[in-house]
Design a protein around this ligand. Structure first.
Ligand SMILES: O=C(O)CCC(=O)C(=O)O
Length: 388
């Protein structure tokens, strides 16, 4: 396929979409889409209309430190500030481009905001051992974000952290998205320093190329490989979710002032992708650190950067080799299949998820388990010798 035009981002009505169709058409084939009419009864639809709601909210920790973008898309400067200051800036100068982006509201002590919405049935269907696993990104705490910004703010082309999937709900405003099929991840990221959200080429230690700028008017001429990719473009309205499956390269800009909520997640639909990224992280980041440091210092250092206790971290790392055991995989599949109505639909979902996850994990599991076993061995040996 060679294309110099975008495809329309598929739009589907969330009121009638069946979970089985969501799995078949979007989640498992890694197809991004817009899902309309979600959150019609959520308090957030009426309340999350401006920065001021969050500023006045008693449950918001205004002192949490955040990194924001100031200035027009493409010429932004990074500003370190607090949630309270960022909200005041947006409220005071609504026409100045300022973006409180990736505000980790749960990690940042503002989890009370979750009373204003509930997670749609399509997403986050995961047992605790997946959603609170630190090596898989600790999604229940560290992958829940709010994005509040003025018209003209944007998020440049990126791939989501840990190769997880994301749902982003627009509470107010309009957003324009360009999303690639998750199947085109290898094509689009080859030779680039692509990593998680927030990746900037100038921060990279390598000479890798940046990802294509999806909103560049000369995109197809400047990055010829994008002609081989399936790139979808669409506008998200208030009350719509944009679903970005794992491995989906995407960019977004705010056509109006926007308040949006996004959660990334790890469940049976994307576990093999997330395990592949965890293997990379074990090999390239965690194991080299563990080989260089004494186990106690390693745990101290890593637990601080992950924001969990040393005991929790040590247990999670020692348990890692059995994370993808048959029993755990079955539990993940059952939990995800619970998105479907009991009966035939649920059984069909269970069978589909089981077959697909097994097939995908077969390619990923041996390397994951090898890296996890080395880590366990080093930690166990080091911790027992330091007790003597
Ligand atoms: O809405 C935004 O600006 C960014 C959302 C996004 O792409 C993400 O969270 O990965």
């Amino acid at each position: 396929m060679t294309a110099t035009e975008f495809l329309p981002l598929p739009v589907v009505d969330g009121r009638t979409l069946q979970y089985e169709d969501f799995l078949k058409t979007y989640a498992l084939p890694r197809q991004p889409c817009l899902i309309t009419n979600l959150g019609e009864n959520w308090p957030a639809l009426a309340k999350w209309t401006s920065a001021m709601y969050f500023l006045d909210h008693q449950g918001v920790n205004k002192n949490w430190e955040v990194s924001c973008s100031a200035g027009p898309a493409g010429a932004e400067a990074e500003v370190e500030t607090t949630v309270g200051e960022a909200l005041r800036t947006i409220g005071a100068n609504p026409s100045e481009p300022f973006y409180l982006n990736a505000w980790a509201y749960v990690r940042g002590g503002s989890e009370g905001l979750a009373e204003d919405f509930s997670v749609p049935k399509f997403f986050e269907r995961a047992p605790d051992f997946l959603s609170s696993n630190v090596v898989l990104g600790n999604s229940s705490i560290d992958m829940r974000w709010l994005y509040i910004g003025s018209k003209g703010t944007a998020s440049p082309t990126h791939v989501d952290t840990n190769l997880s999937s994301a749902w982003l709900w627009c509470a107010s405003g309009r957003k324009e998205w360009i999303c690639a099929s998750g199947e085109d991840y290898d094509l689009l990221t080859a030779g680039t320093g692509s990593a998680a959200h927030g990746y900037r080429s100038e921060d990279s230690d390598t000479d890798s190329d940046p990802l294509p700028d999806f909103f560049d008017p000369q995109l197809f001429a400047k990055w010829p490989k994008t002609r081989q990719a399936r790139l979808y473009r669409g506008v998200q309205e208030k009350g719509d979710v944009c679903f970005n499956p794992s491995r989906c390269v995407h960019a977004v800009r705010n056509l109006e002032a926007c308040v949006s909520l996004t959660h990334n997640f790890v469940d049976a639909t994307n576990l093999a992708d997330v395990a592949l990224d965890a293997t990379r992280s074990l090999r390239e980041e965690i194991l080299p650190m563990c080989r260089e440091m004494r186990p106690k210092s390693f745990l101290k250092h890593l637990s601080r950067s992950l924001g969990i206790s040393r005991a929790e971290l040590s247990q999670a790392l020692l348990d890692l080799p059995s994370l993808l055991s048959d029993e755990n995989v079955e539990e993940a599949v059952s939990c995800a299949a619970g998105g479907a109505e009991p009966g035939a639909e649920r059984e069909a979902c269970r069978a589909m998820l089981h077959a697909e996850l097994r097939r995908r994990l077969a390619k990923v599991k041996p390397a994951f388990e090898e890296a996890a076993a080395e880590l366990k061995e080093r930690l166990a040996a080091g911790l027992s010798s330091s007790k003597k």
